[in-house]
Design a protein around this ligand. Structure first.
Ligand SMILES: Cc1cc2nc3c(=O)[nH]c(=O)nc-3n(C[C@H](O)[C@H](O)[C@H](O)COP(=O)(O)OP(=O)(O)OC[C@H]3O[C@@H](n4cnc5c(N)ncnc54)[C@H](O)[C@@H]3O)c2cc1C
Length: 407
């Protein structure tokens, strides 16, 4: 008996992989998703889902499940820049708030939703390599825990296996817009630190830190320093972390009254884009595009890519469009959408004092609620930095500030 290949095999079953697999299965395709993890499973992430990520979950019928897990809604983003605080609403009408459920919670919901859609899920399955036939990826080779190596075939193999992607390593795609690690951050979880639905961020010199509420009545605090200080500071992470919080005595006092419940976890990541397709393969999520986590875009980006990528794969598998044609639209759409935020994120991640023009813009934004909402929405990935920093919008913000001064 000759076994029919899968329509798609998705390697990695978290924010990028499970939604890609789920969406393809909902379109009627025969999909296998594998992950070396077994769920629920934690991973290194501060798991803030900005409103665009929540909007994607809503489109998929999963937002209520996520919102119902006990992680509080976050309706205000407050950026304390020292002299003043810019506080605004991060959402749009269709998705007004953010949430930050633990990855043990979120990723399990995503894997279960894929399984419910009919995806065959193999947890605890490690992919060793892709199978290539005449220059085209035709499947994967991998093993279950303690098991023998097996091969599975598919019309397309999707690498949703994160920034150290095995699929990307095997297909060796063009990598571009690369920037090295720019900052190193550490995070942990505190009880007894109420946030009242607020995301609070603090910038002081070359330090930036932020806090927001998450699952289990805990508050996550993340903060860091330029990557150049990574080696020197890693010898005393807790001491350096608290010296950073002490730059804002009120906040440090709140934290000292609270209880740290978990160990510190840290990371510093490189920034890059990879061409996300080639003969028989595609990349989605961090496997195809990775950036510093300082603006917390990765989950929402992975969700958006999953929709774009699944749509392009459908167009190709159904015969509506040639594979290269459909996938190159996915590639271009992804890059055009994320490039302004990528540059904004990388600039911020340098943790250098903002240039004088930026300080002037922030000074004019302060006190103008519409502009403060606008800035919060840039950080939330709702509004493109290109739109917010356009000559027209900045002109409007300065004109309003002059009007306020004159009155
Ligand atoms: C410190 C830190 C904080 C962050 N904070 C935020 C935040 O607050 N908000 C936000 O939106 N984003 C954040 N991010 C980014 C976000 O976590 C990622 O963008 C997101 O997890 C990407 O999802 P993914 O599915 O592409 O990859 P991943 O979440 O990395 O999942 C990849 C999966 O592939 C599996 N896998 C890998 N190799 C194999 C293999 N060979 N065989 C089988 N399975 C394999 C892994 O087990 C894993 O489960 C943060 C990242 C870091 C490092």
């Amino acid at each position: 008996m000759v076994l029919k290949p899968y329509d798609a095999i998705v390697v990695g079953a978290r924010c990028a992989g499970s939604p890609t697999a789920m969406l393809l299965a909902r379109m009627g395709y025969n999909v296998l998703a594998v992950d070396k993890a077994t769920f629920p499973s934690d991973t290194v992430s501060t798991h803030l889902i900005h409103p665009p990520g929540m909007a994607a979950l809503q489109r998929w019928g999963l937002s209520e499940l996520v919102a119902g897990t006990g992680s509080p809604a976050i309706d205000t983003y407050a950026f304390d820049l020292g002299p003043f605080t810019i506080a605004g609403s991060p959402g749009a009408a269709d998705a007004p708030v953010a949430y930050a459920p633990r990855r043990t919670v979120l990723d399990k919901i995503l894997v279960d939703a894929a399984a419910d859609a009919g995806v065959e899920i193999r947890e605890g399955f490690t992919v060793e390599d892709v199978v290539v036939d005449d220059g085209r990826v035709t499947g994967i080779r991998g093993h279950a825990k303690g098991g023998k190596s097996v091969t599975e075939n598919a019309r397309v193999v999707v690498g949703a296996d994160g920034r150290h992607s095995t699929v990307a390593r095997a297909v060796n795609p063009e990598q571009y817009n690369e920037k090295p690690q720019l900052e190193a951050s550490y995070y942990s979880y505190w009880s007894g630190l109420p946030m009242n639905g607020r995301f609070e961020a603090y910038n002081r010199g070359d330090r930036a830190f932020a806090a927001w509420p998450t699952s289990g009545d805990l508050t996550l605090i993340v903060g860091g320093w330029p990557f150049a200080q990574f080696e020197a500071n890693r010898v005393d992470i807790e001491g350096n972390f608290f010296r950073m919080l002490d730059l804002v005595p009120d906040f440090a006092g709140r934290v000292r009254d609270a209880t740290r419940e978990e160990r510190f976890v840290g990371a510093a990541v490189p920034n890059f884009f990879r061409k996300p397709f080639g003969p028989g393969w595609a990349l989605v999520g961090d496997a195809g595009y990775n950036k510093d986590f300082i603006t917390a875009q990765g989950i929402s980006d992975a969700f958006r890519d999953a929709e774009l990528c699944a749509g392009a794969i459908d167009a190709s598998l159904s015969g509506a469009r040639p594979f290269d044609d459909a996938m190159s639209e996915y590639h271009t759409t992804r890059d055009e959408h994320v490039l302004p935020m990528y540059e904004f994120t990388c600039e911020f991640a340098k943790l250098e004092p903002p240039p004088p023009e930026q300080q002037q813009v922030m000074g004019a934004v302060y006190g103008n609620q519409e502009a403060m909402d606008g800035f919060a929405r840039v950080f939330a990935g709702v509004t493109s930095p290109a739109e917010f920093y356009s000559e027209e919008n900045i002109g409007r913000i300065f004109a309003a500030a002059q009007g306020r001064q004159a009155s």
